[in-house]
Design a protein around this ligand. Structure first.
Ligand code: NAD
Length: 541
């Protein structure tokens, strides 16, 4: 048995490559885009390392060209979910007892492979399947995914090193046991890095998983499975189950060995999974760990002392990058009336410069929203605003789904701080702005705090630092990730661990050590060196 005490120091964040025309990374990416665009993959279910094809299939298309099929995928039914539970529990026997440094070595190999050979593969799949431009794919399916791998190994080494003191005549230590059953990882379409992290964090801590990928991210998620296999992850540790979330969730939560959910997606889906688990409480081997990051209605609050150009840039990038489909995307803004005109002028200028279209044309800043349901949702909110006396469209508003699911960067201005799109999550490139009287800062901060049930991200802009401090304090529970003079998106692993409370989730902070602790059940062992042999207290003798 290797007896080295191995420590993994804080890693560096993976540098974001520039992809300038003519660069080696650009050439590799372009070649891979060409290959994947001209291939139709047949994506199997993967259980215990075996590929299974049920013949019940769905299609993966390019959101920006929905007539173009990238892959068909096979859907898991009840039988496959039960097989996956058996395969996971079989893998649990060895994986949960594998030295953690061996598990860490596999995870670190994932990082190395992704930083090199798999970088163009993952970025191309994410661009084509999830409609991200080069930069948005690079920061997600390459850099953030790599950072999760490396930082989590570092955090794991810190956790395993957290040991109690020895007492008089006894030795104490904590064994961080993996959970006794399997984890159900249910992942969203919008970040490949989150899809990877929801499985790999529990797995690093010695757990096994059933993975329900998002239908619209099946392509990149399938390539992740290939990456894990090449890095040496044993069969059955992660079982890949595309298919109906409702079905997979129902069967997985019915198993005695269901030990936890690691979820990111909408609040409604998380609530339904939590309820399913709650109803069956008592039938499980232990209390399941329920960890979820869910919806948001992320805000920018502008103080009258704010810098106009900084606000306009943050609002534009924070609301419209990746078509507003980041959970952290700005979707409501409170701004003093005196600043709104100049800020809107700058946003209009930016909008006149950006292009919308296919991800393979690098000059496009905006691509498509993920699918028809998402487009329809954006359309319904924009139509509602067009017809409302309390609102008007002051930027964009164009939308067209004939070839791809395109929605222009759109700004709705409203006189009603409780306007529908000030309160409800849209998850598209639609920002609603409420201009307020400059002397009503305190009242408007209260509105911002109380308007939405969510508490994910928020930003405050202002040059008056004391005023900013007061606003930050008053919005203490309005966001789990709070930004001062910066857009509310772009959290970086290790620097700004991410997550929110209220209706936005359990705030277990992906990208920090708190999350890892949810995937272990500690056992504390006391060893007495010389056991007592007399029951009497000393004064009784
Ligand atoms: P979604 O809830 O529609 O889907 C998430 C996953 O749940 C998918 O894999 C889906 O197939 C599955 N699912 C759907 N219905 C299910 C059911 N009844 N039972 C079990 N599983 C089911 O969310 P989405 O559209 O993929 O992602 C967008 C949402 O995710 C937004 O609300 C966004 O705010 C949120 N999000 C939050 C964070 C965060 O960190 N808080 C990060 C990313 C995305």
């Amino acid at each position: 048995m290797n007896n080295a005490i191995i420590q993994f120091p804080t890693p560096q964040n993976e540098p974001v490559k520039a992809y300038l025309a003519g660069s080696p990374e650009r050439a590799a990416l372009d070649a891979e885009l060409e290959r994947q665009y001209n291939t139709v993959l047949d994506i199997p279910i993967i259980i215990g390392g075996k590929e299974i094809r049920t013949g019940d299939t769905g299609k993966v298309v390019c959101p920006h060209e929905h007539g173009h099929v990238l892959a068909t995928f096979h859907k898991a039914g009840e039988k496959e979910v039960r097989m996956a539970i058996d395969a996971a529990m079989e893998a649990h026997r060895t994986w949960s007892r594998t030295p953690w440094t061996t598990r860490a070595a596999i995870v670190l190999k994932c990082a190395e492979l992704l930083a090199t050979k798999y970088r163009p593969i993952m970025n191309a799949a994410c661009m084509l399947g999830q409609s991200k431009n080069i930069y948005q794919a690079e920061i997600d399916s390459a850099c953030e995914t790599i950072d999760f791998f490396r930082y989590n190994v570092h955090y794991a080494s810190k956790i395993y090193g957290m040991q109690p003191k020895d007492g008089a005549g006894n030795i104490n230590h904590t064994e961080f046991r993996p959970l006794e059953g399997f984890i159900l990882a249910v992942t969203p379409f919008n970040f490949t890095s989150i899809a990877s992290n929801l499985c790999m964090t529990p797995v690093l801590m010695g757990n096994v998983a059933l993975w329900k990928p998002s239908t619209t991210a099946t392509l990149s998620n399938y390539y992740l499975m290939q990456l894990y296999k090449e890095a040496g992850l044993p069969d059955g540790v992660i079982n890949f189950l595309p298919g109906s979330g409702a079905l997979i969730g129902e069967i997985a939560t019915s198993s005695k060995w269901f030990s936890g959910i690691h979820f990111t997606g909408s609040t409604a889906t998380f609530n339904s999974l939590w309820k399913q688990a709650g109803e069956k409480l008592g039938s499980y081997v232990g209390y399941p760990r329920i960890v979820g990051e869910t919806g948001g209605k992320d805000f920018i609050f502008v103080h009258p002392s704010a810098d106009v150009k900084a606000v306009a840039t943050a609002a534009f990038c924070g609301a419209f990058e990746f078509q507003g489909q980041k959970c952290s995307a700005a979707s409501r803004m409170y701004i003093p009336k005196s600043l709104w005109g100049p800020v809107l002028d700058i946003m209009k200028k930016y909008a006149s410069e950006v292009k919308i279209g296919d991800v393979r044309d690098a000059s496009n800043f905006i691509n498509a929203v993920i699918d028809e349901a998402s487009w329809d949702k954006c359309n319904s909110y924009i139509s509602y605003a067009e017809q409302s006396p309390d609102a008007r469209i002051v930027l964009g508003g164009g939308r067209d789904k004939s070839k791809g699911y395109f929605v222009e960067p759109t700004v709705i201005e409203t006189t009603d701080p409780h306007f529908k799109s000030m309160e409800e999550e849209i998850f598209g490139p639609v920002l609603t702005v409420y201009p307020y009287d400059d002397d009503k800062v305190a009242e408007t901060v209260k509105l911002c705090d109380e308007t939405s049930p969510y508490g994910l991200t928020g930003a405050v802009f202002g040059r008056d630092r004391m005023a900013v401090e007061k606003i930050s304090e008053d919005l203490r529970y309005a966001a789990g990730n709070f930004y001062i003079n910066d857009k509310p998106t772009g959290a970086v692993v290790g620097l700004q661990p991410f997550g929110g409370a209220r209706a936005s989730g359990t705030d277990d902070k992906a990208g920090g050590e708190f999350n890892l602790i949810r995937w272990v059940i500690p056992r504390v062992i006391k060893e007495t060196l010389v056991s007592p042999t007399d029951y009497r207290y000393s004064y009784m003798k």
